[in-house]
Design a protein around this ligand. Structure first.
Ligand code: TXA
Ligand code: MG
Length: 317
């Protein structure tokens, strides 16, 4: 198992030595390595069992640092970075040659973001290189939002997990690319469409593709827990799946079942997002055959929650 702690010096030392360290961000935990060290980047793909066609996100402390690695930044990208960084927004921009093809899976663009977590900001500011970091989970599985989630699955593959507590947002960053100068959302995430559109006007969505995805996060089946997920009205699903062997995942409703997880009893979408991946993981350890889940209100971060629920369900249909 990996050591879990809050020692930034230790994380820095390991990363400088080309090792991998799990880092906290406001969205989910990342599996970080030196983005400028090809051997370290290769270790990330290996540890996650991630196909090499799936590019990594590069993490930087701020806009100035991002400018060392990207070029031709559209005005709207700069506007978004100024408003939302550090924060749950990844921008897909033209890469400079300092970023290797391994990081970007051969694409001439790179996903880049500045994460909003005090420990990781301190770490990034102390390093002379940016961090490549996908979510710290095996490829295709639910992202981790607590250090223990990382340790459960990747603990034997990495030396250190920097403990930043529970992730405050709980769902991955929103990914925005550009067609010409027009923003396109490739992945719904922690930053809501509504917030984006306040600054740059209407954005188009390109979040589901079945072949040659720009982002494997766009693959219909992704973000899946170990159990089969069925989406619908819980009452109706319960008519076909007996309560004693079903896990119930609800937004607010209490079904008085021992195998249920209520995302937010008070009806807060932010709280539901924080709890979503912990809930999906919790069912893996419960004596249930199937997870019966309902969608949440489709507004704000609720859109990203529903996106993840649909993708989790799609794996098994
Ligand atoms: O919140 C997050 O974004 C977390 C934390 C750790 O920052 N990271 C994360 O990384 O979710 P990952 O690798 O699990 O998902 C990144 C997604 C992938 O689906 C990848 O295909 C897409 O970003 N991506 C990366 N670079 C891209 C690019 N140049 N063009 C299009 N999509 C890209
Ligand atoms: Mg991921």
């Amino acid at each position: 198992m990996a050591e879990i702690g809050t020692d930034i010096q230790k994380a820095k030392y390991l990363l400088e030595a080309g090792e991998l360290v799990a880092i906290p961000t406001e969205t989910v935990y990342g599996l970080a390595g030196n983005a400028l060290n090809t051997a370290a980047v290769a270790k990330i793909f290996q540890a996650k069992n991630r196909p090499q066609f799936d590019p990594l996100i590069v993490h930087v402390p701020d806009i100035d640092s991002a400018k060392e690695f990207v070029t031709g930044i559209p005005d709207k990208a700069l506007l978004l970075a100024k408003h939302f960084w550090p924060g749950p927004l990844t921008l897909v921009l033209q890469k400079k040659s300092t970023i290797s093809d391994l990081v970007t899976a051969g694409m001439d663009t790179v996903g880049i973001r500045s994460p909003n977590h005090p420990l990781t900001q301190q770490l990034l500011n102390s390093l002379s290189f940016p961090l490549a970091a996908p979510s710290a989970n095996p490829f295709g599985y639910v992202s981790p939002t607590k250090p223990e989630h990382v340790n459960d699955q990747l603990g034997d593959k990495i030396p250190y997990i920097l403990d930043g507590g529970n992730c405050q947002v709980g769902i991955e960053s929103t990914i925005v690319g550009f067609e010409g100068t027009d923003p396109v959302v490739y992945r719904l995430g922690g930053l809501s469409l509504e917030s984006l559109e306040e600054f740059v006007g209407k954005v188009s969505l390109q979040t589901i593709t079945s072949s040659n995805p720009k982002a494997p996060g766009q693959l219909l089946s992704h973000y899946a827990p170990g159990k089969k997920v069925l989406l619908g009205k819980i009452e109706e699903l319960l008519q076909e799946h007996p309560a004693h062997c079903s896990g119930l995942l609800t937004f607010q409703t209490d079904f008085n079942s021992p195998n249920q997880f209520i995302l937010s009893p008070s009806g807060s979408l932010a709280e539901a997002a924080q709890n979503l991946f912990t809930a999906l993981r919790a069912f893996d350890k419960m004596p249930v055959d199937v997870i019966l889940a309902e969608l949440v209100p489709d507004t704000g971060i609720g859109k990203a929650i529903n996106d993840r629920l649909r993708r989790a369900a799609a794996t098994t249909q």
